[in-house]
Design a protein. Structure first.
Ligand code: IP8
Length: 261
């Protein structure tokens, strides 16, 4: 059974600069594009302003430092579940049967790395024709007591487990650029990204992001691409682009290729 693994970046479904602001228009449209593809899909979404703002305030990415973080763990978990509920409602409106699988309840990290996820649940829901949806979350950590599990870590583990025919990252820009395109008008889209590209692009981000900017995330995208399947970064804010990518058409974006450099 072949699946497409899709990540909706937090910047596509939320306004990352405003705490807990959901972009319903984008989320509804992307849900419709996924539903109309007729493909079997595993969906992952980022946390955007529902996760990164408070996670950074409470320094959750560092793991346990003191008891004052406990309220932060609880609040961030609550917030990302609220965002997930919004995404699930978009999928409902698109007529796509789907189920939410929160990593905080079925995953374990070790020193900040995702080690275990109940992938059996994903298999069983897929067999039922129900789309599993998971998301960046606060997860227990065997060394640090808790940590932030990004959607990208989930993408990597799920790609290893399901060997999807297609992996699509939906960002708020056209793909991977030579510099941040929102800051540098001379930034150029890199159509084919490989390991050697990593050295040449900036690691900075405009907004608070405890798991790194899109550039920081390139590392896990390269690891996924190494699994030998088509991996691409496209602009999820442009209507129709995800739908075209799922139809196998050539779309504007960056193709990520592993094993080189
Ligand atoms: O937005 C981060 O997930 P991401 C999760 O995929 C939290 O990096 C809770 C900040």
């Amino acid at each position: 059974m072949s699946v497409a693994l899709i990540k909706l970046g937090g910047s596509v479904i939320t306004d990352k600069s405003r705490y807990r602001s959901f972009n319903r228009e984008s989320s509804d449209r992307l849900a419709r594009e996924i539903a109309s593809s007729g493909k079997q899909v595993i969906l992952v979404h980022g946390a955007g302003s529902f996760g990164h703002v408070l996670a950074s305030e409470y320094q959750l990415q560092k793991g346990y430092l003191d008891d004052s973080q406990r309220m932060g763990v609880a609040k961030v978990q609550r917030d990302v579940r609220d965002l997930n509920r919004e995404v699930m409602l978009s999928l409902d409106r698109a007529g796509m049967p789907s189920t939410s699988i929160p990593p905080g309840a079925c995953a374990l990290m070790e020193s900040g790395k995702l080690r275990r996820l109940e992938t059996d649940l994903f298999h069983r829901y897929l067999e039922l024709g129900i789309t599993p949806v998971t998301f960046g979350d606060v997860v227990l950590d065997s060394q640090r007591r808790f940590g932030i599990c990004s959607g990208d870590q989930l993408m990597h583990l799920l790609a290893r487990e399901f060997r999807p025919e297609l992996v699509v990252f939906c960002a708020d820009v056209d793909g991977i650029f030579t510099a941040d395109p929102n800051l540098d008008k001379g930034a150029k889209l890199i159509q084919e990204v490989d390991r050697s590209t990593l050295e040449s692009i900036p690691r900075t981000s405009r907004v608070t992001d405890v798991t790194g900017s899109i550039y920081g995330k390139l590392e896990s995208m390269l690891d996924i691409a190494e699994l030998g399947k088509g991996t691409m970064v496209i602009n999820g804010l442009v209507p129709g682009r995800l739908a075209s990518a799922l139809r196998g058409e050539k779309v504007k974006g960056s193709l990520v290729v592993g094993g080189r450099g």
